[in-house]
Every structure is written in C-alpha cells, then in structure tokens.
Design a protein around this ligand. Structure first.
Ligand code: F6P
Length: 320
C-alpha cells in the first residue's frame, strides 16, 4: 500500500480543479497517507516546489475557480533530464505516486513518470472536453455556462441594434464548447472545424430570416477556425447587416465551478486515490455512461472522440 502521494495540476487551469485537489487530499488523509501538493505542475517537481497538505490546506476551496496549486506547461519535463529531476524530487519526499490533474499533454508526462517508477493517475481537467477516454472533463460545464451567460448579454445588445454578433469560444482543436453553447444561446449558426460551412449560404439564410422578421443573429465560432474578426467583416459585407466580433477568451476559464464540475471532480479525485492506494498507476480516470472508470494512459491517448454532428444540425434547424 502506498503511504505517500503527491498531487499536481498541469496545463490550462479549469474550474473544478480545486475541488479535485481537495478530494485527493482529503481521501488520502482519510486513508492514513501523507499528501504533498506540488506547485505549478511538473515545474514544481523539477524545482522542488512542494508543500505537505493537511485537511485545512484545502478548506474553503471547493467553490473557487483556478487552482490553489498553480499550473504550468513545463517544457523541461518533456526532456529525459527533466523527468529524472522530477523522479529525484519524488524520492526526496518519499512520494510513491502522483495524481496529475490536466489534459492530454499532462497525461503524456504522467506516462513518462510512471515509466520511471512513479505510478501516476491522470484526472481529466480542461474546459475543452477534448479528452477522448472520457465523456466529461472537469471544468467543461462551468466554462460553457460562463460562455452562455456572456452570449445572452451579447444577444441583448445585438437585438437592440438589429445586429449580428460573431462570438468566438475556446475549445482548442475541438468544437464541443461551440456546439453546446450555440444550442444554449439560440445561435443561428455554429462554425466548427468538424463540419464544413459555406459563407454564401449563411449570408443567404440571414437575409431570408431577416425578411421574415428576425432581428438579431448570433454566430458561434470555435477558436480552431481562427479568424473571427475577418469572419465578422465578411458576414457584414455579404449581408449588409451590421456585425461585431467578440472573442470571449480566458474569461471562460475562470469562475466558481458548477455543481456538475464540483461533483465530478470530487468523485474522480476519490477514485484516483483508490487506484494509487492499490499501487495502480499509468492510468487515466474518465467517465463513461455516467460511471467513473479508468484506462491505461497510452490507450486513452490513442482514442478519438466523436463530434455530435446531430446536435450541430439541430442547432441550425431550430435557430429560426
Ligand atoms: O485548454 C484550455 C484552453 O483554454 C484552450 O481552450 C485554449 O486553446 C488554450 O487553453 C489557451 O491556452 P493559454 O492559456 O496558454 O492561452
């Protein structure tokens, strides 16, 4: 049985990471383990930026956005030398296993560390929901709710001016945030790289709907499309409808986590410690059919996640 574990958050932060850290720390303490909080992701392991946690260290954080352990994307950890330094630090503290909360990049690091004798368990923490082995990633729900609230505000001002708002949402390479917030905000169109789109057809549709009385238009664009300002200019040119571009950006990463994010983070954190307790590492925790499950890291990284094309078409069909 493991006696000492570490926990870190890595990559882009996501609301609910704190809830996951809290669950890991409290579960481990209940099992009689010693737990170390590793700061700034893998950088903390390389640079020995580590603190022992107790029950109070994680008090009052379940409702906080960001991550109390801070986060980073460590270039050095991608080198053999970096991994060896991290292993040395683990040995110094007697850390026998690590819970890594982050995305695919962080899981690659977790696989490297596992291969060097420090079993790691990954927890999916990213607003993008772009981790294939899990239906759900910690932070996704909060980010979508934040984006939706902001789009509602944009819809108010677009309506007052009879305008079109082109809104860019995050998601890295994936359109999951875009399609769901598009449906939730009543968008006319969702533009993601998963489904081809045609500017002329969009413009024609806008003019048809305008003729039938539609007064404001929301077009949601996934960040992977890349040129939201030009997209908005083109819409204005083609339709004559005044159009503004808004890039929501990093506001989507902040804020107090929703119920779903807090609950999933807690369940996954609990599960990760149970795995490490049994000496099981090189795993990623995920959610399948609402159940918490785990996968081999390499297997998880080789999986692909389908895009919900039906939802994409539904969004457009119910727009007017
Ligand atoms: O993975 C989360 C995310 O916010 C993506 O949606 C986005 O592409 C990226 O991180 C932005 O990264 P950074 O915080 O380094 O600007």
């Amino acid at each position: 049985m493991m006696k000492t574990i570490g926990v870190l958050t890595s990559g882009g932060d996501a609301p609910g990471m704190n809830a996951a850290v809290r669950a890991v720390v409290r579960t481990a303490l209940k099992k009689g383990m010693t737990v170390y909080g590793i700061k700034r992701g893998y950088c903390g392991l390389i640079e020995d930026d580590i603190e022992e946690m107790n029950a109070m260290s994680v008090a009052g954080i379940i409702n906080e956005g960001g991550t109390m352990l801070y986060t980073a994307r460590s270039a050095e950890f991608r080198t053999e030398e970096g991994v060896l330094k991290a292993v040395e630090t683990c040995k110094k503290y007697g850390i026998e296993g690590v819970v890594v909360i982050g995305g695919d990049g962080s899981f690659r690091g977790a696989a490297d560390l596992s291969a060097h004798g420090i079993p790691c368990v990954g927890l999916p923490g990213t607003i993008d929901n772009d981790i294939a082995c899990t239906e759900y990633t910690i932070g996704y729900d909060t980010a979508m709710n934040t984006a939706m609230e902001l789009m509602d505000k944009l819809s108010d001002t677009s309506q007052s001016h009879y305008r079109c708002s082109v809104v860019e949402v995050m998601g890295r390479g994936a359109g999951f945030i875009a399609v769901n917030t598009g449906v939730a905000s009543g968008a006319l169109e969702v533009i993601t790289k998963e489904i081809p789109y045609d500017m002329d057809a969009i413009a024609k549709k806008m003019l048809e709907y305008k003729a039938k009385g539609k007064q404001n238009f929301i077009i949601v664009v996934a960040e992977s499309i890349g040129h939201t300002e030009e997209f908005a200019k083109l819409i204005q040119e083609k339709t004559g409808i005044e159009t503004r571009a808004t890039i929501l950006g990093h506001v989507q990463r902040g804020g107090s986590p929703t119920v779903r994010d807090r609950v999933v983070a807690t369940e996954m954190g609990y599960y990760a410690v149970e795995l490490l307790e049994q000496g099981i590492g090189n795993r990623v925790v995920g959610m399948q059919a609402n159940k918490i499950v785990d996968f081999d890291i390499q297997e998880a990284l080789s999986m692909t996640k389908p895009y919900d094309e039906r939802l994409h078409h539904i969004a457009e069909d119910v727009a007017f």
